[in-house]
Design a protein around this ligand. Structure first.
Ligand code: RP5
Length: 194
């Protein structure tokens, strides 16, 4: 592993294989935290971390094992190919890719794996993220990238969408997501303007 592509790995709290994988792997059973990440959060530059840590925070809050790495489509293209082509065999189920400017990271990643890729447009200085947004969202038909909002809200929602994808086959995670929504609803209902 290159020293220029730092990785942080956060263990989950037992959110592991899908419920349907095998009865002995039911996610509802108390299990040791899986060592292998289910979600990979990648970003084109360390400068993107300020935005992308919002995705990592949500994944940690839900106890989803994940890894965070800097991989650039143009500075380290070989590393990206190695990452994308081995992600499936490593057990990664969703990839979140944040990039800014001519933001090709998500698209180039999606081109090399069938794992769902969620793109987060980083708010660039020159064009306030419009360049990033259009670069990520305008994938030609055939290789999809799910594109979220510009900046921190997009990073947060990318993680929530990744959780929703994982929750399809993991009842405990689905329950956590429902509880999160309920809490949001409760807080909104209790808002006062005084
Ligand atoms: C992109 O270029 C990165 O995703 C980042 O948003 C942007 C600027 O990178 P730095 O010059 O800050 O490293 O590849």
């Amino acid at each position: 592993m290159s020293k220029k592509t730092p990785i942080t790995v956060a263990r989950g709290d037992g959110i592991g294989p899908a419920d349907t994988a095998s009865p002995s792997h039911k996610a509802d059973k108390k299990q040791p935290a899986p060592a292998t990440p289910l979600v990979s959060v990648i970003m084109g530059s360390k400068s993107d971390w300020e935005t992308m840590k919002a995705a990592a925070d949500i994944l940690a809050q839900f106890g989803v094992a994940h890894e965070c790495r800097v991989i650039s489509a143009h500075r380290t293209p070989e590393v990206l190919t190695g990452f994308a082509t081995t992600a499936e065999s490593r057990g990664i189920e969703v990839i979140i890719a944040g990039a800014g400017g001519a933001a090709h990271l998500a698209g180039v990643t999606a081109a090399q794996t069938v794992i769902p890729v969620l793109g987060v447009p980083i708010e660039s200085k020159a064009l306030h993220g419009m360049d990033s947004l259009l670069s990520i969202v305008q994938m030609p038909g055939g290789i999809p990238v799910g594109t979220l909002a510009i900046g921190t809200p997009g990073a947060k929602n990318a993680a929530l969408l990744a959780i929703a994808i994982l929750a399809g086959k993991r009842t405990r995670l689905r329950d956590k997501l429902k509880a999160y929504r309920e809490e949001m609803k409760r807080k909104a209902a209790e808002e006062t303007l005084s």
